[in-house]
Ligand binder design. Structure first.
Ligand code: CO
Length: 136
């Protein structure tokens, strides 16, 4: 079978103070922010820090009931999910479902920066929350 992965789209890190985290990546590594977005549907504010063709996605909650707020309360700051870029999000999601994976999104949905995304539950992916990202 040919791999459905094209690239690592982003590695997401949950933080309390996103401006402090951005400044740290800028000051320590000279990294640059390509995109910022208030993702209302997920209750998060994100900043995408460039790493070649991929990103570090810094995430901070914008409301108390957002999944990232719950994650921070339970685990503290740190690695939240890994996003793989795929050609077709629905195809990759279906492949995961057909193999018995527990999914968070039954169907692909809009993500930030005009992408189409779906999340796979860490329970069936060796402890990693996986996001499938189709760049439109
Ligand atoms: Co993400």
């Amino acid at each position: 079978m040919e791999s459905l992965f094209i690239e690592i789209d982003h590695v997401a890190i949950a933080v309390h103070d996103i401006e402090a985290a951005i400044k740290w990546y800028e000051d320590v590594f000279g990294a640059t922010v390509e995109h910022r977005e208030d993702v209302k549907s997920d209750g998060v504010y994100e900043a995408l820090v460039n790493v070649a063709e991929s990103y570090i996605q810094l995430l901070t909650p914008t409301r108390e009931d957002s999944p990232v707020a719950k994650y921070l309360a339970k685990n503290g700051e740190g690695l939240h999910h890994i996003a793989y870029r795929v050609k077709d999000c629905a195809e990759a999601l279906n492949a995961a479902k057909e193999s018995g994976c527990r999914v968070i999104d039954e169907k692909p949905r809009p993500g930030s920066r005009n992408t189409t995304v779906a999340f796979i539950h860490p329970k069936t992916s060796f402890g990693t929350l996986i996001e499938l990202v189709e760049v439109n």
